[in-house]
Design a protein around this ligand. Structure first.
Ligand SMILES: Nc1ncnc2c1ncn2[C@@H]1O[C@H](COP(=O)(O)OP(=O)(O)O)[C@@H](O)[C@H]1O
Ligand SMILES: [Mg+2]
Length: 341
């Protein structure tokens, strides 16, 4: 548990003579921190909404806005490399590993949106350079192909069998000019027994070899463990990790970016020395949790007319960190009293 100083009204000034340090681990350029915490640069859209009706502001707060933080940019750059690579018989693949809510799906969706479908009226056919699809729950090799074909709008018949479906998948992906195929949430594969898991993973690898194009998988550490069961598969899907956030410059920058999307009439200074560590603690350093928390807090700030996110407001929310939630549900399962510690 972090030791936090007393509650402050908004906006909370940053103490210029101190270095931010949590757990004794982090220290960084004070000038940069001051810049991040002292200046609120609202996005144009958020600024124009400052005088809009409450409901309109609340709706905007719930919208997703892509934030290109450095770790995400690095993964995107890797995906762009794969995209640009020429066709080869053993294409390079990648496994994006991160906790639930660490931003994996957002990155692959952002990547896909940078390579949208094209309709060429002259050639009379569509191109789909990047395909993102969710690994089916209860997977088998056949379910995987059926799922992919259905997602591409192709009708499937049970009589086709695995080979028939695989043939159609290959033909269709070649016709669509698909350069990168992304299988999101590969941990869904873990619903199957280890033998079927390995079969499906091998068939994914072979599909990439056949097409000569890279395959991108996303999943949690559990997926990483499943891939490890087969060194042949593991070697072909080198992992890149999306770690949890820690109190450093990138994190403060993320908070400043989040704040820039909030149509609140007063500055909150999310990156300030009191609020930044508190948000980290309440969210276990997961971007998806941070965004949910900030949305909940901003909504409350508008509804209560406070118009900024303060320490007091954050602490008043009915909110449990993922760790606390796990503890609570474990306690409920065991029939123990469900009280947060
Ligand atoms: N780069 C980002 N920019 C803006 N919001 C993001 C970003 N990454 C994640 N989020 C937010 O966090 C939520 C959870 O992220 P997601 O990509 O679904 O995580 P995962 O796939 O790892 O479980 C998203 O719905 C989105 O609101
Ligand atoms: Mg996801």
């Amino acid at each position: 548990m972090l030791a936090l100083s007393g509650m402050r009204p908004c906006p909370a000034p940053f103490q210029a003579d101190r270095t931010l340090a949590v757990g004794g681990a982090v220290g960084y350029d004070i000038a940069e921190v001051l810049q991040l915490t002292q200046e609120r640069s609202l996005r144009d859209k958020a600024r124009t909404l400052l005088d809009a009706p409450v409901e309109e502001r609340l709706l905007y707060i719930r919208e997703d806005h892509w934030i290109g933080y450095p770790a995400a940019q690095m993964v995107l750059a890797k995906l762009e490399d794969l995209y640009a690579a020429p066709d080869v018989t053993r294409p390079e693949n990648v496994l994006i590993v991160g906790h639930t809510n660490s931003g994996k799906s957002s990155i692959v969706r952002e990547f896909a949106s940078r390579h949208p479908a094209q309709n060429d009226p002259h050639a009379g056919q569509a191109e789909l350079p990047v395909i993102v699809f969710d690994a089916p729950a209860v997977p088998t090799e056949e379910r995987l192909y059926t799922h992919l074909l259905n997602q591409l709008g192709a009708v499937t018949r049970p009589s086709e069998g695995v080979d028939g479906k695989l043939f159609r998948v290959r033909t269709l992906l070649r016709r669509l000019g698909t350069r990168v195929l992304v299988l999101d949430e590969v941990n869904n594969l873990l619903a199957a027994n280890p033998r079927i898991q390995q079969q499906v993973l091998t068939s994914i690898k072979e599909l990439g070899n056949d097409l000569g194009r890279p395959i991108v998988l996303t999943g949690t550490e559990v997926a990483l463990a499943a891939l490890r069961l087969d060194p042949q598969v593991q070697n072909r899907f080198p992992p890149v990790f999306l770690p949890r956030w820690v109190l450093n410059r990138d994190y403060l920058q993320l908070l400043a970016s989040l704040e820039s999307f909030l149509p609140l009439r007063k500055e909150s200074r999310l990156a300030s020395e009191v609020i930044a560590p508190l948000i980290l603690e309440m969210t276990d350093g997961l971007i998806g949790e941070m965004i949910l928390l900030v949305r909940r807090a901003a909504t409350e700030a508008i509804r209560t007319n406070v118009e900024c996110i303060t320490e007091k407001l954050l602490r008043s929310l009915d909110w449990h960190s993922p760790t606390e939630r796990n503890r609570l549900s474990a306690a409920l399962e065991l029939g123990a009293p469900a009280r947060p510690s």
